[in-house]
Ligand binder design. Structure first.
Ligand code: HEC
Ligand code: HEC
Length: 167
């Protein structure tokens, strides 16, 4: 009798505890409910860029020094770069300098696809930067640096649309 009562009490406690968790943490609850579906639930979950980068670093572990095109599926402009460096380019040169996260250019986990125009724009921006650095800046005489350089940050400074004036 007492044994059964204890069991009932334990079950009730567990029930209220989980109920409480579901109510107090709707985001976690949604993640929990969706955890065994592969539905596009990721759209409703907040995107965790650090966690995603960690996941990708794990996926390419041991292959960081291989050329990017051997490790990833659709590399066009970063050919020859070490695969490990690609993820740093994504995090720092692309995301941070534009003040965006991966979803500005990618559908999460479909990295090789061309779903968003911003991905191709980035390749063309990269070509523009190369032309500025290897051609146009070289023609400007009497600059202070031996190799004057621009990069994404020079124009974007944490914004998608570079400023045209100083506020
Ligand atoms: C401003 C646009 C932009 C942002 C932001 C961006 N990427 Fe990319 N990503 C690209 C481009 C462009 C390529 C293809 C590079 C090439 O053609 O060599 C790419 C390629 C990749 C690839 C290789 C996919 C394959 O198999 O070919 C991965 C993985 C990737 N990105 C992950 C990320 C992650 C993770 C983030 C966030 C930390 C991120 N990207 C942010 C533009 C972006
Ligand atoms: C010389 C200045 C300059 C440099 C350097 C530069 N950009 Fe841009 N970028 C622009 C301008 C200007 C636009 C157009 C903004 C607009 O729509 O008016 C733009 C737009 C973009 C867009 C489209 C943004 C959107 O969501 O509409 C992306 C993506 C982008 N740049 C990525 C990059 C990346 C990545 C680099 C470095 C490889 C880079 N840019 C370097 C000037 C620059």
């Amino acid at each position: 009798m007492t044994k059964r009562l204890t069991l009932a009490a334990t079950l009730t406690a567990v029930f209220y505890l989980s109920l409480n968790m579901l109510i107090s943490s709707p985001i976690r609850a949604i993640a929990f409910i969706n955890s065994d579906h592969q539905t596009p639930a990721q759209e409703s979950k907040p995107f965790d860029q650090q966690q995603k980068l960690q996941e990708l670093r794990k996926q390419i572990a041991g292959q960081e020094r291989k050329p990017a095109e051997e490790v990833f599926k659709n590399i066009q402009i970063l050919k020859g770069r070490p695969a490990g460096a690609v993820l740093s380019v994504m995090e720092i040169a692309y995301s941070k300098s534009l003040g965006v996260n991966c979803t500005h250019c990618h559908v999460v986990d479909q990295w090789e696809k061309e779903d968003k125009p911003t991905k191709q724009i980035t390749r063309e921006m990269s070509a523009m930067v190369r032309t500025i650095n290897t051609d146009l800046l070289k023609k400007v005489k009497n600059l202070k640096s031996e190799t004057p350089t621009v990069n994404c940050t020079t124009c974007h400074r944490g914004q998608v649309k570079p400023a045209l004036d100083l506020q």
